[in-house]
Write a protein that binds this ligand. Structure first.
Ligand code: ADP
Ligand code: MG
Length: 211
């Protein structure tokens, strides 16, 4: 099974639909420890991606992710804008020169995106950011692959790690981004960026599992 640019476009459409449905929840989470705009930022960002992909119809998987990076960055003024733009650029680079991506290779997208967010935002595990969902998901992909696990188990492990990572941010004090100003008062709340990261990882895994 090989994934084409059209498949990755469909993947973005699926993520955008889910994010749209979670917009209010994500804004609510951001309302507790930030400025209540995270759901709007993510909805606008993924909405812009879908629109750009529909009009430009990129030819390769790399073009899809590069188009996503550009449109997300242009649409999102919040700090998630450059973080996800870099994540998409790294995912595009991971598939460079390929017309199609073998389904077994596709979980690399999670590792590449986690790398992009880390490079751009310089957050560490425990800082109460989206890294607390992305990094465990990337590590889960790496370990499951090294252990020779089948695709379904690689994806299940990634999804679980992202969800647990997002959940764990409730016990963390924010030390990066807007919510770091709250100090101890950020305790007890899930980080909105980690929540949306777990949603995105979940949709990627769901899409790949059904491909
Ligand atoms: P803003 O804080 O500008 O309003 P958003 O509300 O869209 O931006 O996103 C907030 C999320 O961004 C946080 O919940 C956190 O997960 C993430 N974030 C902020 N700074 C960083 C960083 N340096 N590295 C990784 N993620 C970050
Ligand atoms: Mg915000």
């Amino acid at each position: 099974m090989q994934l084409t640019a059209k498949d990755f476009t469909a993947m973005f459409r699926q993520i955008a639909t889910r994010i749209e449905g979670e917009r209010n929840h994500l804004c609510e989470l951001d309302g507790h420890i930030g400025d209540a705009d995270h759901g709007i930022a993510m909805e606008q960002g993924f909405g812009a991606i879908v629109k750009a992909l529909d009009t430009s119809e990129p030819a390769t998987p790399t073009d899809v992710f590069n188009t996503a990076a550009k449109s997300f960055l242009n649409a999102v003024g919040a700090s998630s804008g450059p973080l996800y733009a870099t994540a998409f650029l790294r995912a595009g680079a991971a598939f460079k020169g390929k017309e199609t991506v073998a389904i077994d290779e596709a979980p690399s997208v999670i590792e590449a995106m986690a790398r992009g967010v880390a490079e751009r935002g310089k957050a560490e595990l425990g800082d109460k950011t989206m890294i607390d969902a992305w990094k465990p998901a990337a590590i889960a992909v790496e370990q499951a692959r090294e252990a020779g696990k089948p695709l379904s188990e690689v994806l299940a492990a990634a999804r679980k790690a992202a969800e647990e990572g997002a959940e764990a941010t409730k016990t963390m004090v924010a030390s990066k981004g807007r919510s770091s100003r709250l100090g101890e008062r950020s305790l007890g709340h899930m980080d909105p960026g980690a929540a949306s990261a777990a949603i995105i990882v979940g949709e990627i895994c769901d899409f790949l599992a059904r491909s």
